[in-house]
Design a binder for this molecule. Structure first.
Ligand SMILES: Cc1cc2nc3c(=O)[nH]c(=O)nc-3n(C[C@H](O)[C@H](O)[C@H](O)COP(=O)(O)O)c2cc1C
Length: 172
């Protein structure tokens, strides 16, 4: 692993956070990184809801069976897509654009000494409906993922899941 890429290899899913708050400056920096992601025809269909209220976080985790630890995270970021803004009105482009923004948040967080975990919402219809209802989302706004953000309780070892068998050179 090339150490110049450590900012990638050091990103691991963090599911336990210290009680230390995440500054508004850091949150804004994460969102600046998100909105620097590539986007089909630069339509930027991503929308973000920043959640710090403990009661709201507790409500959200009732909808996320594999994300209970978000209730104890200092910040949750709900990443949504605006289907009316997506290139060609395409759900696929919207999801790809938002996924690129999410990964930028995860990598930026690691560079700032923060930890994150990506929590799946889309395509689970019950999670989409529950989050849309709780936040009162307009019909064109689709919740895609939640991200838990905080100061990591401990930083895991860097890694890659590189497998040469997954790579095909020139032809399959
Ligand atoms: C679309 C998506 C949904 C995910 N949903 C969850 C989730 O609900 N709960 C969770 O703990 N981790 C979730 N993860 C994180 C993965 O479990 C994690 O990335 C994977 O195990 C690899 O570990 P690493 O992130 O430390 O490299 C999700 C990741 C992706 C990309």
């Amino acid at each position: 692993m090339n150490s110049k890429l450590d900012f990638i290899f050091n990103r691991r899913s963090i599911r336990k956070f210290t009680a230390k708050a995440v500054s508004k400056k850091n949150i804004t920096e994460l969102l600046e990184a998100a909105m620097a992601a590539p986007s089909a025809c630069a339509k930027d269909p991503w929308r973000f809801i920043v959640v710090r209220n403990r009661g709201n976080l507790q409500h959200i985790v009732e909808l996320l069976p594999n994300g209970k630890f978000l209730a104890d995270a200092p910040v949750g970021i709900i990443v949504c897509g605006d289907i009316s803004a997506a290139h060609a009105g395409s759900e696929s482009y919207m999801l790809q654009d938002c996924s690129a923004a999410i990964e930028n948040i995860l990598l930026a967080a690691r560079a700032l000494g923060l930890g994150t975990c990506w929590l799946g919402v889309h395509p689970r219809t019950e999670r989409i409906a529950g989050i849309a209802k709780f936040f009162g989302l307009p019909d064109n706004i689709v919740p895609i993922s939640a991200i838990a953000v905080g100061h990591p309780d401990k930083m895991p070892e860097k890694h890659t899941r590189f497998m040469a068998d997954n790579v095909h050179w020139e032809k399959w």
